[in-house]
Design a protein around this ligand. Structure first.
Ligand SMILES: [Zn+2]
Length: 672
């Protein structure tokens, strides 16, 4: 029996094997195609006999495919990757076919024009409006030969996106540095050192192995005293998947093809460029508005960044006699300056953030704020033995949803942190499908008796991902197409996640979980004060870096033509906004998975855009009290519960009582 064809509410992940994948996906696609033929015959389409039936079959495919993609993200191996890659063209062809199916399109149009539409609630109307938009964006209006061309582009793009990401993963793992002389590691924190020791041991080697996995890379850049070792690691990291390294993983061509095809896709639909196409489903109305928003922020942040850089240069010179700072020196001396000025560092804080305790505290905060309960469930069939499974319930024990936690760094797992909303909430006559989500991070693994100890930055990341998860799990929408994070405009999707980060900075919240893993001592007030004082440390530089990424992404998708040189465009963006210019061998864009293989193309600005919303939303908690139940419930009711069922501006106004403004963001960043 193929487990992907017999999915229960609690899938047995460890029983899903690579050989199940292609047959299951092919089967579902063929079942769906048959049902769609029947739907085409409908004389009078209604919401129940048409939209819901179509949604149900999309949902079946979606859930199965989410599981496969998830396994590809967290437990990659050659067989799984081959099966995953083999399915990409099948799925892409299927979606293109449906997106261009003019009979289905007509059914939706009939519904929209009928009297029925007027009787529909907001959720149903939103679905129909979204779908009609989606049909146009999928090329339903094109002539037959253009339709075929459009389909081919989409198919190629889905494979190129996967290729880009796989190259980054492989290039990251292809590099390591074996160290035998301990003195080279001077400065490196014990936690990273023991991790490096363990990595070496696993490979049957003495000494230490440094890798380009995020926790190891960041720690090395911040702490290793030896400048040439730092330089070597930096060079390896910033040239991953580029022409400067192993040609097998070179993303040069992949990147160029992706951008070219995206522009062609947009042009086929009569959009001037991909940026314009991408904004159709976003909150921002037109490209110039996004660019203006980013440049305005850059202008505000630049004086701060210039001053910060100047201070850093002065510090490195006076205290260490370093006349010129290289790219691989900046994180190192920044960390020293931070320690010098605030006597605080990520490493000093780490012992106060043992992961199990942080989780417990985070759950308490969520329970207080949104009046829910979180309980662990035993589950023997997960994809790795370190994965945990939970349910989230209302106060009256009514189940709301489920989530999986996969928190540790591991081979075959994609870097970074993310939330996947794999099963949406859905209500049908006899059955309620509970929403479920995956939360994945890359935290250090526990070592023997020592639990995983997080930096405060990692704590913030965990809060962030939980914000996304709550958006998905606390939804009250019954139709999967707009339940949870489904159908939420991309530039509004970071509102709940960035909002929740704020609690990782509040004393009242930290007191619930920040305590020393050996002594049980609470985070001392003095250390907390230092942490607060250091909160805005190099905020201008940080903000400019985000703007640099966002503006590069946006201009690339706005201005691209066959003359465009990607590197030259990036250099130009840097001239426009940044104060730190990386060395010419920096090939950051070659591993910019957010925009080349994730969903952030012409959308990286969303982080900053949504931060205006999240900062403004948090200011309401600041006014009423950070654990004010009424405000928490209001946020749950107006934002978390509503998913994509209404425009984000309307939802925000319902919560805040007015339109968002940028004041709170500037105040939180110390820029006002
Ligand atoms: Zn996020």
């Amino acid at each position: 029996m193929n487990p992907l064809l017999n999915l229960t509410d609690f899938p047995a992940f460890n029983q899903i094997l690579p050989e199940h994948i292609e047959p299951a996906i092919s089967q579902i696609l063929s079942d769906n195609r048959q049902l769609i033929k029947q739907l085409e015959q409908l004389k009078t389409p209604t919401f129940e006999n048409f939209v819901q039936v179509l949604e149900d079959l999309e949902d079946r495919l979606g859930v199965a495919w989410w599981i496969v993609s998830h396994l590809h993200n967290v437990a990659d191996n050659d067989e799984l990757r081959a099966a995953y890659n083999a399915c990409l063209p099948l799925i892409s062809a299927y979606h293109s076919e449906n997106g261009q199916n003019s009979i289905l399109f007509k059914h939706y149009q009939t519904l929209k024009d009928s009297k029925l539409y007027l009787s529909f609630n907001q959720t149903k109307r939103q679905i129909i409006d979204n779908e009609l938009k989606e049909f146009h964006l999928s090329g339903v209006d094109l002539s037959d030969d253009k339709k075929t061309h459009f389909k081919a582009i989409k198919n190629e793009l889905s494979q190129l996106g996967a290729k880009f990401e796989q190259n980054v993963l492989d290039a990251t793992h292809a590099w390591h540095k074996h160290i035998v002389e301990e003195s080279l590691l001077d400065g490196l924190p014990d936690s990273t050192k023991s991790f490096a020791k363990q990595t070496a041991k696993e490979q049957g080697l003495e000494g230490w192995i440094l890798t380009l996995d995020m926790p190891c890379y960041l720690s090395a850049m911040n702490y290793i005293k030896n400048q040439s070792l730092r330089e070597e690691i930096y060079r390896a990291f910033v040239s991953r998947a580029s022409e400067l390294n192993d040609p097998t993983f070179d993303n040069s061509e992949v990147m160029l093809q992706i951008i070219t095809l995206r522009q062609q896709k947009a042009n086929l639909l009569n959009y001037k460029n991909y940026a314009e196409y991408s904004l159709v489903k976003k909150m921002a109305e037109f490209p110039e508005k996004v660019i203006e928003f980013l440049l305005d922020l850059a202008k505000r942040a630049k004086p701060f960044a210039e001053r910060e850089l100047h201070e850093l240069q002065g510090f490195a010179k006076t205290e260490y006699g370093i006349a010129e700072l290289n790219a691989w020196d900046i994180p190192y001396y920044s960390e020293r300056l931070k320690e010098y000025r605030y006597a605080v560092s990520q490493e000093i804080l780490r012992p106060y953030f043992p992961l199990p305790k942080v989780l417990q505290g985070l759950f308490q905060i969520i329970e207080k704020l949104f009046v829910v309960q979180i309980q662990k469930i035993e589950h023997d069939h997960l994809w790795h033995n370190s994965v945990e499974f939970y349910k989230i319930l209302n106060k009256n024990n009514e189940i709301l949803g489920y989530f999986y936690l996969d928190l540790y760094v591991r081979k075959g797992k994609r870097g970074g942190a993310w939330m996947g909303g794999f099963r949406p909430r859905k209500v049908r006559k006899q059955h309620l499908q509970y929403p479920a989500s995956f939360i994945a991070c890359n935290f250090p693994q526990p070592m023997g008796e020592t639990p995983s100890l997080l930096t405060h930055q990692e704590v913030t990341t965990l809060f962030h991902e939980f914000g996304h998860a709550l958006h998905h799990l606390l939804t009250e929408i019954e139709e999967p197409a707009v339940a949870g994070i489904r159908g939420v405009a991309w530039d509004a999707v970071e509102l709940p996640s960035q909002l929740l980060e704020n609690w990782a900075w509040e004393k009242e919240a930290l007191d619930l979980f920040a305590e020393h893993y050996q002594t049980g001592e609470k985070l001392p007030e003095e250390l907390f004060q230092k942490m607060q004082a250091a909160k805005h440390f190099q905020i201008g530089l940080f903000m400019l870096r985000q703007i640099e990424f966002a503006l590069f992404d946006f201009r690339l998708h706005f201005e691209f033509n066959d003359q465009t040189n990607i590197q030259a465009l990036l250099d130009d963006v840097r001239k426009q906004v940044t104060v730190i210019f990386p060395p010419d061998f920096n090939r950051f864009q070659y591993s910019f998975t957010h925009i080349f293989s994730g969903g952030y193309s012409a959308g990286y600005y969303s982080y900053k855009w949504a931060e205006v919303l999240s900062a403004d939303a948090f200011s309401m908690f600041e006014e009423k009290g950070i654990f004010d139940r009424e405000t928490g419930l209001k946020f749950r009711e107006h934002i978390l519960a509503k998913g994509g069922s209404e425009s984000p501006m309307v939802l925000f106004k319902n919560f805040r009582g007015r339109e968002p403004n940028i004041d709170a963001l500037l105040r939180h960043c110390g820029m006002k």
